[in-house]
Design a protein around this ligand. Structure first.
Ligand SMILES: [Zn+2]
Length: 351
C-alpha cells in the first residue's frame, strides 16, 4: 500500500477544507496529568491513503495513548460540525475489501449523512449489547438509558423498544437529525454540555469517549447522572486490525485500550466489573478491534478528580493502577505497534 504523508499541518487544513489555520499546543495526560510523553506515531490516517502530521504519543506515567499536541476547542467544534462527516466518507473502511468494513456497505452516504444501513447496523449492535447484558446477568438498577455520543440513535431505538426510557446526545448535527426524524429524543450538543435532571440506571458511551474534547468532564457528569449501582459501559479500540496509523487515526483525541479504559474509569470512582474483547455488540457488525469496559457507580468509592492540584492523591492513584497491572510502558507499546505493522506492505510516498 502506498501512502502519502502531508508535510505540514497547513496541508491538513487544506485537505479538510478548513479556511483558518489553528495553532497546536502540547497538553497534559488526560488520565494522570503527566507532561512526559513518547511519540508512537508521527503521522496518522485521514482516509484515502493520506497521512497527516497529527502525532499520537503515549504517557510515560500511565500509558495513555493520545493525540498530542492538540488543536484548540474551537477547531474540534468545527471539526465535528463541518469536517467529520466528510472524513467518514473518505475513510478506507467504506471500501468493501477493507478489514474495518461492514459487509461491503457504507455506513454514511456521500453527503456525510448516516444511511439507513448505518442505522440498522447500530440497531443490530444495540440488540447484541442488550443480550450480552442479560446473558451475563449484569443488573441495571432502573430501565433508564442515557447514550452519550449516540450518533443516529440506533441504540436508543432498540432499548426503547425493549421498554427503556431513553435519551441521547451528539454534536454531529447530521447524525442527530437523522435520529430525531425517527422520533428519538436526541440533543445536538457536546457531551461536556449535557445536563439532565433525572438519574439513569445505564449510561453507554459507544466509541464516543475518544472523540470528546474533555473526557474527564464527560465522565464526571456521567458519574453524577448515574444512580448508585448504575452501570456505565464504554467502548474503546483495544487493539489494531489495520495499520497502526489507522488504529491511531486523526479523528480520535485519545485511544482507550484494555488498560487505559479501566484506569480512566477508576480515576472517576467507578468499580470495574469487566473489561473485555468479547464481541459485545456482535461479531459481524464491523468495528473489529473494539473492547468494552463495564463498571458500576459506587458512591462510597474514592474519586481522583483533582490530581492536578493534589500530588499525593496523584501518587495514590498511580500506585493503585500500577498494582492492578494497568500501566503499559511506551517502549512496550512501540514494540507491539512495530510488530503489528510488519504484517503490512507499507510504502510512503513523500513529496
Ligand atoms: Zn498519564
Amino acid at each position: 500500500m502506498k501512502l502519502r504523508r502531508l508535510r505540514t499541518i497547513d496541508e491538513y487544513f487544506d485537505l479538510l477544507g478548513c479556511d483558518k489555520n489553528y495553532p497546536v499546543s502540547d497538553v497534559l495526560c488526560e488520565i494522570c496529568n503527566s507532561n512526559q510523553f513518547t511519540t508512537i506515531c508521527k503521522h496518522t490516517d485521514t482516509g484515502n491513503n493520506v497521512l497527516t502530521p497529527v502525532p499520537v504519543k503515549a504517557c510515560e506515567s500511565c500509558g495513555l495513548l493520545m493525540q498530542n499536541p492538540r488543536f484548540p476547542e474551537e477547531f474540534y467544534i468545527r471539526y465535528y460540525d463541518e469536517f467529520y462527516p466528510y472524513m467518514r466518507v473518505r475513510s478506507n473502511s467504506n471500501i468493501s475489501k477493507d478489514p474495518n468494513n461492514v459487509s461491503g456497505n457504507n455506513i454514511v452516504n456521500d453527503d456525510g449523512k448516516p444511511s439507513e444501513f448505518g442505522f440498522n447496523s447500530a440497531i443490530k449492535r444495540a440488540k447484541n449489547l442488550y443480550d450480552y447484558i442479560n446473558k451475563n446477568n449484569i443488573s441495571i438498577p432502573s430501565k433508564k438509558l442515557l447514550d452519550v455520543g449516540c450518533g443516529c440513535g440506533g441504540f436508543l431505538y432498540y432499548f426503547k423498544k425493549m421498554g427503556y426510557e431513553v435519551t441521547g446526545n451528539d454534536p454531529d448535527n447530521k447524525a442527530a437529525e437523522f435520529g430525531i426524524n425517527k422520533g428519538l429524543e436526541i440533543e445536538k450538543i457536546q457531551a461536556e454540555k449535557m445536563h439532565y435532571k433525572e438519574k439513569f440506571g445505564l449510561v453507554i458511551i459507544i466509541g464516543s469517549l475518544e472523540h470528546c474534547f474533555d473526557p474527564n468532564k464527560v465522565l464526571s457528569k456521567c458519574w453524577e447522572m448515574l444512580e448508585d449501582n448504575g452501570v456505565i459501559i464504554i467502548e474503546g479500540r483495544y487493539f489494531p486490525i489495520s495499520e497502526s496509523f489507522r488504529w491511531l487515526n486523526s479523528n480520535h483525541h485519545r485511544f482507550l485500550t484494555n488498560t487505559t479504559s479501566q484506569s480512566i474509569l477508576i480515576k472517576h470512582g467507578f468499580e470495574i466489573m469487566r473489561s473485555t474483547t468479547d464481541p459485545v455488540c456482535g461479531a459481524d457488525t464491523g468495528r473489529n478491534g473494539g473492547g468494552f469496559a463495564f463498571a458500576r457507580k459506587k458512591s462510597k468509592n474514592k474519586r481522583f478528580l483533582d490530581i492536578d492540584k493534589d500530588l499525593k492523591k496523584r501518587e495514590e492513584f498511580l500506585k493503585m493502577i500500577e498494582k492492578l497491572n494497568l500501566i503499559k510502558s511506551p517502549s512496550e507499546i512501540v514494540e507491539e505497534v512495530k510488530l503489528h505493522d510488519k504484517k503490512f506492505d507499507i510504502e510512503f510516498l513523500d513529496n
